[in-house]
Design a protein around this ligand. Sequence first.
Ligand code: KIV
Ligand code: ZN
Length: 514
Amino acid sequence: MGEEIVKIFDTTLRDGEQAPGCGMTAEEKLKVAYQLEKLGVDIIEAGFPISSEGDFQAVRLIAEKIRNCEIAALCRANFKDIDRGWEAIKVAECPRIHTFIATSDIHLKYKLRKTREEVLEIIDAAVRYAKRYTENVEFSCEDATRTDLDYLCQAVEVAIKAGATTINIPDTVGYTIPEEFAYIIRVLRERVSGLDKVTLSVHCHNDLGLAVANSLAAIKEGARQVECTINGIGERAGNASLEEIVMALKVRHDRHPFKTRIVTEQIYPTSRLVSQVTGVNVQPNKAIVGANAFAHEAGIHQDGVLKERMTYEIMRPEEVGIPSNKIILGKHSGRHAFRKRLEEFGYFLNDKDFEIAFQRFKDLADKKKYVFDEDIEALIGEQFVRSSDFYKLISVNFASGTDMQPVATVRLLIDGKEVTASEYGDGPVDAVYKAISKATGMHPNLEHYVVSAITGGTDAQGEVTVRVEEDGVVSQGQGASTDIVVASAKAFINALNKLRWRKEHPRRASSKGI
Ligand code: KIV
Ligand code: ZN
């Protein structure tokens, strides 16, 4: 008998996108979806179509374009949500309706104001309604881990009888612990008739830092689908991280004899893409994909790794697609070498995009002696993941020093027209930000500003991440350049583009507001 498969259900584009500052445009979501397809996920939860017109369009676009993954749409357990969800995914090769309702007494009493009986009826009706559209229906008991276990068994049984083909048990508030979650899964499997005929799934949140441990405990007890996100992004403390679950299953195959279809070498490129699209950096000590995940600092560790890498490394960086930090290209490198390196990264560009990227690479190589892999990633990220460009930077010039008040002039293309503005500031970045605000007429609060070096040396590329807020709408932006003031300008403009896009495309509902 072959090894059992654990299906990977990626919800980066739905639960991940719900995290503050992680909102994405339709084009950005599609870009991530293409990469998830390459990564080999089984199911992409593309969004929550009823939540906004923008999300509906994004889900429909993904359903049209992605051919090798199932495409799921989240819908609350009501007919309107299900109609809208189906409308968005019906063109997919393999569409899935994912419908849910809360089952815990806390949610029933305070949020739904419904009795247990009423909720069972809603489950039955919603799943039966979804089945009129497709065979492939997933049902989730929101807040399952705080639900009375007998009632949870009842709710799951009703969903199965109504035709659900996947039953998902979410730890919505990240409350459970591995032994308890294992027990819940065991009891469900023992008591619920028909559960052995459907796929049992889990969906864990990370409020106590246990999302991955809980998911693994559930797999041991028979769960054969895990719901997770790239970089663990998601509501509050996030969701179970895809890369951690997949690599735990792979590295500790001795204890978890299951397979996934993930192409692990695509993990790092996917992590980078999600971080560039959302503007949310991965913490340096993050397992698998953090900047320090394979860095050995202590002398004793370096010595051990140089003698035999297995002394301190339980997996090879190449296995997860982390490129070695070798010097790859310089200003004499030609198109062929550049294209080859891009393809190693997983970027297959058409001729027009390639020419733009190549010119940007040449400009960078003129300023920097060595161009590292990370520099190229930053450059490509900037070129291709930024979208909704209402504002484009044409030039930025500034002067500052110990004896003068910093001053900056920016030239922007705004909705197709060139606009120039100058301002003084407390420092060069402040002057640039004031000039950009004047030119765009946008004056958001700057909540967060971080500079980090992407590569080493005094000619390193600096990456700036900013978070801005206006009228309760938040957005993040990133920019990279060898000059950190220029990187700051790019990051601010990127954040303003997203902010304006978000303000023009407000969400109508949240997935938790039933
Ligand atoms: O956390 C949760 O309960 C969810 C459900 C909608 C599956 O995201
Ligand atoms: Zn969730």
